[in-house]
Write a protein that binds this ligand. Structure first.
Ligand code: CA
Ligand code: CA
Ligand code: CA
Length: 406
């Protein structure tokens, strides 16, 4: 009873049925078993006031030894060793020892970057890095939260494709730059593509210097200027050269790659006359243009001595029994050598079958009789020398004959 205490107050001791006389206890202290004042359990005296230790429920920071009354992970407000800030991001541990980050760790699902401890919400998962380069993802199945490369070939950057982390590169057929190159194919330099680099499946060289529009292969041309005879822009191949016999000015204009001077040869015996008109014509190997010859006239053995008569030309090897029509000078000179004689040497000789100085038996002359060797085209008596077992080289079978010449 208070009246029993000379001074102070009669106070029941916490947790007992005993009351004692205590002095005036201040700052939230209570009377203890020895009649002194002390703070209740789990409280400590700070600057004359009892304060709750970490982990105790609280209403405000003023109640707490640490001055921090924070939302705890169990939803209660508890005295906390530190200020935890926004409870959606950080809450105090139940024992008050410190704050616990409430944001997601690597691999946790997230909506915004503030959902994640590392601040990287990528593809719906808290990611181990910013993962912001091209061709990177953070939601690869089984690797959620780990920044990984997009699957090879994944489209990126409008027409390009992924070839590894931060490797968004053009594929075959797509425009490229020499600096960054291609994911597949070869970026053909502008010098070969006239300003439009393209990823080409092949590394085009000098022979086929251009890449097809779809990038699948090398082609010879993209415009007429690339070819001697124009470009087939559908196929990318140069047009074939002109047919043999066509007019030309250079070899590469011709299908056979031969553009030759042709001399007019009206009798087509392949010999022309000096001063014959000329034309440049395509001529493949073995090609013979009618009415022309490629043999240059000049020397006697290269010049037609009777243009217009195909039987008369240098090297003619056949005798004729009649003169060259219209010819008054050396009318039998069919081979243009300036001579009139028979192709068979024996037909240029009086027969003398026993004269070994004239050669072999059958070469010892063929003309017999008083006329001797007839003029070319004239008739004489012809015989042959031949070997006889009894007589030796002797004459056989005489008869009239025209002496043919060339
Ligand atoms: Ca001729
Ligand atoms: Ca001739
Ligand atoms: Ca002759």
């Amino acid at each position: 009873m208070a009246s029993q205490c000379g001074s102070g107050v009669c106070t029941r001791i916490n947790g007992t049925t005993t009351s004692r006389c205590c002095g005036q206890c201040l700052g939230g202290q209570v009377c203890n078993a020895t009649g002194g004042c002390e703070c209740p359990p789990n409280q400590v005296l700070v600057a004359g006031q009892c304060r709750k230790v970490q982990g105790q429920s609280c209403q405000s920071g003023a109640e707490c030894e640490s001055a921090n009354c924070e939302v705890s992970v169990d939803g209660q407000n508890r005295c906390c060793a530190a200020g935890c800030g926004d409870p959606s991001a950080s809450r105090c541990a139940q024992d008050g020892a410190g704050c616990i980050d409430q944001r997601g760790g690597v691999g946790a699902e997230c909506a915004v970057s503030t959902d994640c401890q590392l601040g990287n919400c990528v593809d719906g998962f808290c990611c181990d890095g910013p993962c912001s380069n091209a061709c990177e993802r953070c939601n690869a199945p089984g690797q959620e939260g780990l920044c990984a490369a997009d699957a090879a070939g994944t489209p990126c950057n409008g027409g390009s494709a992924c070839f590894g982390r931060n490797q968004c590169l053009p594929s075959v057929g797509q425009a490229c730059t020499l600096a960054t190159g291609c994911g597949t194919g070869v970026c053909i330099p502008s010098a070969l593509r006239q300003g439009d680099e393209i990823c080409c499946a092949e590394d085009c060289g000098a022979a086929l210097p251009f890449c097809s529009a779809d990038g699948t292969g090398c082609i010879a041309c993209i415009e007429d200027a690339n070819c001697a005879n124009g470009c087939n822009t559908q196929t990318g191949q140069c047009n074939a050269g002109a047919e043999n016999g066509s007019a030309c000015t250079a070899n590469d204009q011709c299908v056979g790659n031969r553009c030759l001077v042709h001399y007019v040869d009206p009798d087509d015996d392949e010999f022309a006359v000096v001063g014959a008109a000329t034309s440049m014509l395509c001529a493949g190997v073995g090609f013979d243009m009618a009415g022309f010859t490629t043999r240059q006239p000049g020397a006697a053995d290269l010049t037609d001595c009777e243009e217009g008569n195909a039987n008369v030309f240098p090297g003619q090897g056949v005798d004729f029994p009649t003169p060259i029509p219209g010819r008054t000078t050396r009318p039998f000179d069919y081979d243009c050598d300036g001579q009139e004689a028979s192709a068979d040497p024996a037909k240029n000789l009086i027969q003398d079958c026993r004269n070994e100085a004239l050669g072999e038996c059958e070469d010892r002359g063929k003309w017999v009789g008083a006329e001797g060797v007839p003029a070319c085209g004239e008739e004489g008596q012809l015989a042959n020398c031949g070997e006889d077992s009894l007589l030796g080289c002797t004459s056989f079978f005489g008869g009239p004959s025209i002496r043919p010449c060339k």
